[in-house]
Design a protein around this ligand. Structure first.
Ligand SMILES: [Mn+2]
Length: 316
């Protein structure tokens, strides 16, 4: 059995930068957006993987109308409290630690041969996940970000790693928190390693604010180095706002999961409305337009290249 898991935790205050403004005035409104995102994530996964068990883990009561849509789609909503894996509440991304509670809960439901895929709520699945689960049956798969040595967040993780474990060097892979996949044993080992790192982090006062990506990256470096395979063939983090970091890999050599952090309150809601109206999601090309991806059209005649193209033609 394959489990696909997404989680939404309710904070005291809404501190996520991409959720400021745009009509999001209360935590309730922010939770509505997150839940609609989570329904897109799991309903799209269910569309292509009807046999997978899709679980939405929440630490609060889901409003009735969203619960109805989720359950009609075959998404199970599980209430899981948020305590054991908490970060410090004043940290801006502390709420993302909740995914460890969700993982612990789903591990209890799994048999030995089952696999788990854990996703952020702001993701969309566009293909069958058979290959991903074949790989996850043998190995832990995590998403290495493309951040260089001094990139701000990676540098903070390196700093915390040094303070916590005084390692020979501070090099480590910065793993994204939007994707975890593996079989039951591997996910349990990863969770145990993460809990060790969390307990260590809680005891040190002067760490940089830490979240799931700190914990995960440090846990792998310290305890699971060499056991992790990269998820880059399966997921990509697309920044579809002014920081326009995108790719045509939604179409060519396509990844099966789109992570859309800048679309939480935009394209993801358009996809949600489309799904509620039609009962299925638009095809890849239309979905790509909705979330603001670049065209797949190759521009053969750009002004910097035309001379070479004419020359090459004449040489034939
Ligand atoms: Mn995300």
């Amino acid at each position: 059995m394959n489990y696909i898991v997404t989680q939404v935790a309710r904070p005291e205050e809404n501190t996520v930068p991409q959720m400021q403004g745009n009509g999001i005035t209360t935590v309730d409104k922010a939770m509505d957006v997150y839940l609609k995102n989570a329904i897109v994530s799991l309903a799209s996964a269910k569309q292509y993987n009807p046999n997978a068990v899709c679980i939405l883990s929440c630490n609060f009561d889901v409003p009735g109308y969203l619960r109805t849509i989720a359950e009609r789609t075959g998404i199970q909503i599980h209430t899981v409290p948020f305590r054991k894996y908490e970060s410090k509440e004043e940290f801006r991304w502390a709420i993302t630690q909740y995914k460890f509670n969700a993982i612990e809960h789903v591990l209890e439901l799994m048999d030995k041969e089952d696999c788990m895929l854990v996703l952020d709520s702001d993701t969309m699945c566009t293909k069958k996940l058979d290959e991903l689960f074949s790989e996850a049956a043998n190995s832990l798969i995590l998403y290495p970000t493309a951040h260089s040595y001094s990139q701000e967040k990676r540098a903070e993780i390196r700093y915390n790693y040094q303070i916590m474990y005084h390692a020979d060097n501070d090099n480590l892979v910065h793993y994204g928190g939007e994707f975890f996949a593996g079989n039951k044993n591997q996910m349990q080992e990863l969770l145990n390693a993460c809990l060790c790192v969390i307990q260590c982090a809680r005891e040190i006062e002067d760490l940089k604010p830490w979240d799931d990506e700190h914990i995960l990256s440090i846990a792998v470096e310290k305890f699971l180095k060499g056991y992790v395979y990269p998820a880059n063939a399966y997921i990509f983090r697309y920044w579809t706002n002014q920081f326009y970091l995108v790719s045509t890999n939604y179409y060519y050599d396509p990844v099966c999961i789109w992570h859309l952090p800048a679309e939480k309150n935009f394209g993801m809601l358009v996809l949600y409305d489309y799904f509620v109206k039609h009962g299925y999601f638009p095809n890849v090309k239309k979905s790509a337009k909705i979330v603001g991806f670049p065209s797949i059209q190759y521009k053969a005649w750009n002004p910097y290249r035309w001379k070479m193209r004419i020359k090459n033609k004449l040489m034939k």
